[in-house]
Design a protein around this ligand. Structure first.
Ligand SMILES: *[C@@H]1O[C@H](CO)[C@@H](O)[C@H](O)[C@H]1NC(C)=O
Ligand SMILES: *[C@@H]1O[C@H](CO)[C@@H](O)[C@H](O)[C@H]1NC(C)=O
Ligand SMILES: *[C@@H]1O[C@H](CO)[C@@H](O)[C@H](O)[C@H]1NC(C)=O
Length: 158
């Protein structure tokens, strides 16, 4: 007959072991890229470093929601008044929180490759999309328009 403390440690060891194995087997963030789309707008956005900062902030927010609130679906908006960005993230509800966050990180890194007025990436495990606010797009359009006028006036005057 096992002594109680030995029995207990045996149970704990086997629990730990099965938990680790299960985790090892099941962990799969499913980051196979299925589709990607970037709204082509090189004309619309004049300063991507500002956009990137807002994007980073919304992705950080989404990430935090997954971890602290165990969310499979999260939206975030970076609204510092200047460069609002909206992001929407969803992962399959059978993913673990760890896999969900991994998928989110992969998606965020991928979407940073195509700075645009908006875009989305789809993996088998998760989905991420973002867009810039209309305000920012209109502002950039106005800028482009003004620049064209200034350029035109300049060309006429030489
Ligand atoms: C873009 O914005 C950053 C941060 O506000 C600024 O430092 C940089 O000079 C800007 N770049 C251009 C090309 O306007
Ligand atoms: C955004 O995040 C990426 C990855 O963490 C980093 O390389 C980049 O410098 C960040 N950009 C800004 C403007 O914060
Ligand atoms: C950006 O996305 C949000 C949420 O999906 C939507 O409500 C908004 O109309 C979109 N804005 C633009 C400019 O596409």
């Amino acid at each position: 007959m096992l002594q109680p403390h030995k029995l207990l440690s045996l149970i704990i060891t086997s629990l730990l072991w099965s938990w680790c194995t299960l985790n090892g087997v099941v962990s799969d963030p499913q980051t196979h890229l299925l589709s990607q789309e970037c709204t082509p707008t090189s004309l619309l956005v004049s300063n991507f470093s500002i956009v990137m900062k807002s994007l980073n902030a919304t992705f950080r927010d989404v990430r935090k929601q997954i971890i602290t609130q165990n969310k499979y679906f999260a939206t975030a908006q970076q609204d510092n008044g200047e460069n609002p960005v909206t992001a929407l993230f969803q992962c399959r509800n059978y993913l673990s929180v760890h896999d969900c966050v991994t998928c989110c990180d992969v998606a965020a890194a991928q979407i940073r490759n195509c700075p645009a007025a908006g875009g989305h990436v789809v993996y088998n495990g998760c989905f991420l999309r973002y867009n810039l606010s209309l305000y920012m797009i209109i502002n950039a359009l106005l800028h482009a328009h003004l620049n064209q006028h200034i350029q035109g006036a300049h060309n006429r005057s030489v």
